[in-house]
Design a protein around this ligand. Structure first.
Ligand code: ASP
Length: 318
């Protein structure tokens, strides 16, 4: 029983590729890497890979993580610059017993040593968006500098019940030089255990990390909770705790899949999109909302929403 679940609409084209690979009997490791690379390569997705938005110094720094739920191997790169596919470097790093997580120059040196593709990742379009934002912030200090983020996170299960989780992101737009969110951190941005399943998160990394939410979801699933319930209870409890102790909670959205292909999603925002493909169902984009009583409900994204999404993402930057 195979399947793949991923955060945000931007994952669709990658999930379609991974779904075809899984149907042909390919392994989850190769399918998920292909799917995330597809998002990294696409120039119009502003928060992952090529075309991602830069930090406050105008430099694009990317984070990526990878976990094999069989061996529990982990690999990650943080604040890496000018490599086409950070997720592939993270996967390579997961093969070692030490040196699994590398940052900045160290990550780049590893990428060069192993021949990963180097590429100027800051596009002219992303640079224009940065310059526009910088000018707006200079004029109006009430604006929120961090609008414009999203991580692609995926969990993939193949017919041999291998479970892999992986992420890739350029993190928060206008973040400080060297800032790292949850996405490359095992347990927070992603987690996989093939005896149970996997989970991955997107949203405000600083708050997601306070609950190690991906590990927490897999732990609940391992204790017998259905996937959807594990996602909802974990997100709701963290959201409540943050509001109680800190007065507010950042955006938190999660997706998860167990080793049989059952899946779930939870969010504390309105309008979180995600993509799922399973053995029975072709890739579908879903839209999730949280109800007033704290449940996450979701429906298939309609054609109008899908059309507007593509239109907005490829629209010219004035
Ligand atoms: N979690 C990411 C970060 O904090 C951003 C996101 O997923 O929206 O870097």
């Amino acid at each position: 029983m195979h399947g793949i679940i991923a955060t945000w609409r931007m994952a669709l084209e990658g999930v379609q590729k991974a779904d075809a690979m899984l149907k042909e009997g390919n392994q989850a490791a190769d399918a998920i890497e292909t799917a995330i690379r597809e998002v990294e390569d696409y120039p119009y997705y502003k928060s992952v890979g090529y075309g991602g938005l830069p930090n406050q110094d105008g430099v694009l720094q990317m984070d990526a993580g990878y976990m094999d739920g069989g061996s529990l191997s982990i690999g990650a790169v943080c604040a890496i610059e000018d490599f086409a596919n950070p997720v592939s470097i993270a996967r390579k790093l997961s093969n070692g017993t030490v040196n699994n997580i590398l940052v900045a120059e160290g990550a780049a040196a590893f990428g060069k040593e192993y021949g990963f593709e180097q590429k100027k990742m800051l596009t002219d379009r992303a640079k224009r968006i940065y310059e526009k934002k910088k000018a707006e912030l200079a004029e109006n200090d009430q604006l929120r500098p961090y609008d414009g983020h999203d991580t692609v996170g995926m969990v993939c299960v193949d017919d041999q019940s291998h479970v892999i989780a992986a992420t890739s992101t350029s993190g928060l737009f206008m973040k400080r030089n060297g800032r790292i969110g949850d996405s490359p951190f095992v347990g927070s941005g992603f987690y996989a255990d093939e005896e149970i399943g996997g989970a991955t998160a997107t949203g405000l990394g600083e708050d997601i990390m306070k609950g190690c939410i991906s590990y927490e979801i897999v732990r609940r699933m391992g204790e017998g909770m259905p996937v959807q319930q594990a996602c909802e209870t974990a997100v709701n409890q963290l959201d409540k705790k943050l509001k109680k102790r800190r007065g507010q909670a950042g955006d938190i959205s999660v997706v998860a899949m167990d080793n049989k292909g059952n899946w779930g999603c939870a969010t504390n925002i309105d309008g979180f999109s995600f993509v799922v493909a399973t053995q029975q169902s072709a890739p579908v984009v879903w839209l999730a909302h949280r109800t007033e009583d704290g449940h996450t409900v979701f429906e298939k994204a309609g054609q109008q929403w899908l059309d507007e999404y593509m239109h907005n993402h490829s629209a010219a930057v004035e």
